[in-house]
Each structure stands twice: as C-alpha cells, then as structure tokens.
Ligand binder design. Structure first.
Ligand SMILES: [Zn+2]
Length: 142
C-alpha cells in the first residue's frame, strides 16, 4: 500500500497512481510505503556534497518512508520516486540492508563512509531509473 503526503489533493492521487504502477512494474509487493514531499533542508545528511539531495529512503520498523524534495520539477520528482522505489525493491529482495554504520549489499558490507557514487545499489538504481520512469509514464498516460 502506498500513501502519499502532498499538499495538493489532485497531485496526491496522481502520485499514488504513478507509484503503484512503478511497484507493479518492478514486480514486488510491499506492505506500506509513505511518500512525502518535504523541504530539502529537512532531508537527512547529503551524501553528495556537490549535489542537492533529491530524495531519501528511510527503513522504519513498520514502513518505508520516501522523502522527495517538494521544490524540484515534477519530472525530476517522478524520476526520484522511481529511484527510491528501486531501493525499496532491493531491500524487499534482501539484497540491500541497513546495518550498524553502513549497509550490506548481496552480503557484502559497505560503510557509511563508502563512496556514494560507487555503491553498487546506487549504480543499479541509476542504471534502471530512467527505463522505469518511461515505462511507468507509458502505462500511466494510457
Ligand atoms: Zn539512491
């Protein structure tokens, strides 16, 4: 189930529909994902000092919480939602898991200090996000 927290009711429905298509196309099921649109300043530590944080994913005990920057263009928000949902899928599959001071990916430990752009789950998400966006938009608009 996907819950969207957005000021605009219409946007809320659209984003929920968009995200449900993305999850269906990624072919996994998930109990609860909360997607909220927040001020980027409230998003946690930016791992990329050279770039603005567009979105972040929190794994809470009872749900996944996806925070998206509310001030970026909606096309970038859509791409960021796809990116974060790919991470949710990675976790559901057991490939990506948060551990003390880092993560494990396919059983291998990566420290929080590891280079962001070289983390294999980020490489995978970046490689897949655009294709996912385009195929979700195709279904969404039809
Ligand atoms: Zn990522």
């Amino acid at each position: 189930m996907i819950e969207v927290i957005h000021d605009n009711e219409r946007e809320n429905r659209n984003i929920k529909e968009f995200s449900e298509i993305a999850v269906r196309q990624l072919n996994f099921s998930v109990d609860r994902v909360i997607i909220s649109f927040v001020d980027t300043k409230t998003i946690g530590d930016n791992p990329r000092s050279d770039k603005r944080t567009l979105g972040s994913l929190l794994l809470l005990p009872d749900c996944y919480k996806v925070d998206i920057d509310k001030d970026i263009p909606s096309s970038v928000q859509a791409l960021t939602i796809c990116h974060e949902l790919i991470h949710v899928n990675q976790n559901v599959l057991g490939r990506l898991a948060p551990v003390v001071d880092g993560w494990t990916w396919d059983g291998e430990y990566y420290a929080t200090t590891s280079n962001y752009s070289e983390r294999p789950w980020e490489i995978e998400a970046r490689a897949k996000e655009r294709d996912l966006l385009y195929s979700v938009l195709k279904e969404y608009r039809s």
